[in-house]
Structure formats: C-alpha cells, structure tokens
Design a protein around this ligand. Structure first.
Ligand code: BES
Ligand code: MN
Ligand code: ZN
Length: 472
C-alpha cells in the first residue's frame, strides 16, 4: 500500500523536471518546446525520449521554481503515471539555486501526495498506485535516507487523517474512531485510553454528553499519551463529531452531506500523534478527543436547554448546530484540569463563518499568546500550510453573553468564527498559552487544491509535527 523510496536507479520510467526557460536549448525536449507541445509550466507533463532513446516523463516546474513547485510537479508526474497504470518510476532531481536536500524531500512529499487516492469503496476501476520510486540524485547528501524516513512517517500521519475524514459515518463513529486510534498509535508506544459513557459521566462532562445524547452511537473520550505526560505536556485537542446533522437546528441536506468530516480536528490530532510517535520525537504530548454524533431523537439536546459543563459553567443552547464548541468546552477543560499542559492547541471544523471568511485555503487561528502563535505560524510556513490569525478582541465577547446562563453557545452570524473560538477559550482551566484552529474550510475540500486532494486533507498534521519537533 505504501510507496517505497530507494536511492539510485530502480525499475521503471524516468521522471525529469524541466524549467520553462530551459526550453529550446534542451537537447531532448527542445523540439517539443519549438513545436509548442510543451511549455514547462508547473505540473505540465510530456512523454518523450532522451538521448539513449529511453522513454522519459518530463514534468514542468515553471520559470523560477520554488520548493512548492517541485512538490506539485512531482505530484503531477505521479498522477500521470497512475493514469497510465505504471507501478514504479525513477525521479531524477536536477540541481538548482534551491537547497538540494529540500528539493529531494519536496519530490518525495509530492510523490506521496500524488499516490493518495480514496477509492476503497470503488469495486471496479480501482487505481493502481505506484509501489516504488528510485531517486536519482546529483549530490551526496548526509543522512538523506533518515530524512526520507522521517518525511514518510510524517506523511503517514497525514494519510491516516485523510482516510479518517473520508470514511463515512456509518462506519466511523466514536467507538470505531477510538479503535482506529488504538490500533494506529499503540504499536508506536502511545498509551491510548478510551473512556465510555459511564466514565465520561463520572468526569462530569455534561456538555459533551448533551451533544451526543441524540445518537444511537455511544460517545467516547479518547486520550492519547506520548512520553511523560505528567511533565506539563503539549495538549492537542480535536473536535470529534463523527457526524453533524445539526441536531434540532437541522442542517439543510446540502450542508449535511459531508458532515462525516466534522471529526477533522480529531483526525489531525490522531495523525499528528502518529507522526510524532513514529519519529520518536523527544517531547511530551497528550491528545484528547471527545467523540460523539450530533443527531435528532427524542432524547436530543434542544435549543433552549440550559446545560452544565465539567468546568461548572452553565451553557445556554441557542443553536443545536453550534455543537462543536459545546463538546470542546469539556474537552479543553478536561485537558487543562487533568494534565496541566504547558500549552494547548485545539483543532476544530468549527464554523461555516470561517469558511466564508477564509475559503478552503487558510485555517483560521485565535490565540491568547502572540508569541506562541508566532512560533506556530513559523512551523506552518515550514510546512507550506496556510494559517491566518483572527482577532481575539474582548469586544466580540459581548455576543456570547446569555441572560439566563453563564454563556451562550452561539454568538450569531456576525464574527462567527471569532465568537466560536472565544467560547472554547472560556473553558481553559488556567490561563495557559492557547491556540484555536478553525479548520472547517481546510480539513475537507470540495475541490482539490494543487497537491491536496478533494475530500479529507489531513491539514495541520505536518504543522503540528513541525511545531512539536522544534518546540517540544
Ligand atoms: N460543523 C459545523 C461547521 C462546518 C460548516 C464545518 C461547514 C465544515 C463546513 C458546525 O458544527 C456548525 O454547524 N456551525 C454552525 C454554527 C452556528 C449555528 C452558530 C455554522 O457555522 O453554521
Ligand atoms: Mn454543527
Ligand atoms: Zn459541527
């Protein structure tokens, strides 16, 4: 299933990167340029022959290629080869003014993206994936195999997250999500504890339980511990709505259809734990997921309900579809109460308002600690993931005020991504460095974006990995 990489030439066709300005002077592909069959734009493919009369897949990287361009070109080459039913290939990496190691790693990452297809439910015409890639390098690089292994492990975390997000909710519900977390992480040395409904009740997580009450599927609290979590770990908290129908504030059918992806935050946390543990990072990390389904039944929570939470604060349910923040209220309180984390990041497919504001391109962020966010944004940049800060201004907090409870679960339409994030922030037990990431637009794409697939993306797995590696 997994693509294997080796150094040096192995079986299969050669893939070569071509800059658009190399053009006509280039011996083998010059004619194609002259005849306007190939321009060398980023990701453009052309099959020709080299001077030894071997077939070569040329792939454009544009005029002044960036690392991202190499990722996309490599992705695009693999997609082309898959469409032609190739099972292996060699990627030649030429030298440029970019860092050569980074170029090699970009080619590898792009190839892994290119090989990703979610077709387990297709019984016919399943795409054949590429099994093996030989990397033909022009420079000797110390420990490049180690770097490739690390990257492959990190990308395995991304792929786990994508698969979880794409899996229909009829198969992926709290119990099965917990089971996959266990099966994926325990072999890597992560301690995974799954608490059932009775135990969640004992913790006093009434807010979390209220959201899950309408579902036939039992809620589960999934706790993943990596290394010494008694020593002020980093806490990663993921929204784990395995389905969000909207409850009694029912969603229209179009909005409901992809709501199996409402556990995208938990998928990214599980994927990040996998990446961190498989690379044996020297850090202490705890992952927490309050997994449940938001459904309609005779026992569902309802707009107008006034509910308790683990923190002791009461919540007015203004809208049953603003359920994510209600589960996160208890999840972040649990995290801060039980683990005294040094820092906490929560990830959630939280608001349509965030998608309206930033589209499917940027993840929205809110923080109480500018330095923490600034370091986190550096990691996002290292990994080419897009994160944009939204103002965590007191002035918005007015909107979450309730006349009958301590806080209301919806601040209305205006500034919806901000008030949702601020709601979650109200449930941190102590005033610790916190980042809230609204991945509603970026966890699941309606349309593919460069090397990111339509559907589940595994967004933020790479960034979380990079952050924990550099700051854990
Ligand atoms: N899971 C949704 C947010 C969402 C919308 C994720 C679109 C991905 C794509 C969330 O639970 C929700 O329904 N939020 C409401 C909040 C509102 C009722 C205050 C929303 O954004 O409409
Ligand atoms: Mn909802
Ligand atoms: Zn939701």
């Amino acid at each position: 299933d997994n693509m294997k990489f080796s150094l040096g030439k192995s079986e299969g066709i050669k893939v070569k990167f071509v800059c658009s300005n190399e053009g006509e002077s280039c011996g083998c592909i010059g004619d194609a340029f002259k005849n306007k069959l190939f321009k060398g734009t980023v990701g453009e493919t052309f099959v020709g022959k080299n001077k030894h009369d071997d077939l070569v897949l040329y792939v454009g990287v544009g005029e002044e290629p960036t690392i991202e361009d190499y990722k996309f070109a490599s992705y695009s080459a693999i997609k082309y080869l898959i469409s032609k039913e190739f099972e292996n290939a060699n990627i030649c990496i030429h030298e440029s003014n970019l860092d050569y190691r980074e170029m090699v790693l970009a080619a590898v990452e792009g190839a892994i993206h290119g090989n990703y297809i979610f077709d387990k439910f297709k019984t016919t015409k399943k795409d054949i994936e590429i099994n093996e890639i030989g990397l033909i390098l022009k420079q000797e690089l110390d420990n490049i195999e180690t770097d490739i292994d690390e990257l492959v492990n990190k990308m395995d975390g991304v792929i786990t997250a994508r698969n979880l997000v794409n899996e229909p909710s009829m198969y992926l519900y709290p119990e099965t999500l917990a089971k996959i977390a266990k099966e994926t992480l325990e072999p890597l040395g992560v301690k995974v504890t799954v608490y059932d409904k009775a135990q969640i009740e004992e913790f006093g997580m009434t807010a979390f339980l209220s959201v899950g009450r309408g579902s036939a599927k039992e809620p589960k609290l999934i706790v993943m511990e990596y290394n010494d979590v008694s020593d002020n770990p980093i806490a990663l908290v993921g929204k784990g709505l395995t389905y969000d129908s909207g409850g009694y504030s029912l969603k229209p059918s179009d909005g409901m259809k992809t709501m199996q992806s409402d556990m995208g935050g938990s998928a990214s946390v599980i994927g990040a734990m996998q990446a961190i543990a498989s690379n044996k990072l020297n850090a202490n990390v705890v992952g927490i997921v309050a997994a449940c389904e938001n459904m309609v039944s005779g026992d569902s929570y309802k707009p107008g309900d006034l509910i308790y939470s683990m923190s002791g604060k009461t919540i007015e349910i203004d809208n049953a579809d603003a359920e994510g923040r209600v589960t996160l209220a208890d999840a972040v309180y649990f995290a801060t109460d039980k683990y005294s984390p040094a820092k906490i990041v929560d990830l959630a497919t939280l608001t349509g308002a965030c998608v309206v504001a930033l589209g499917e391109v940027y993840t929205g962020a809110i923080t109480n600690d500018p330095l923490f966010l600034s370091n986190f944004l550096d990691s996002a940049k290292n990994e080419d993931e897009c994160v944009w800060e939204l103002p965590n201004d007191e002035k918005y907090k007015e909107l979450n005020k309730s006349t009958v409870a301590d806080i209301k679960n919806s601040g209305g339409r205006l500034g919806g991504a901000i008030t949702a994030g601020q709601f979650v922030g109200e449930f941190l037990k102590n005033d610790i460095p916190w980042i809230h990431l609204d991945i509603a637009g970026t966890a699941f794409l309606g349309k593919s974006q460069k090397y990111l697939p339509a559907g589940g993306t595994g967004v933020m797995v790479k960034t979380l990995y990079n952050y924990v590696k550099n700051n854990g």
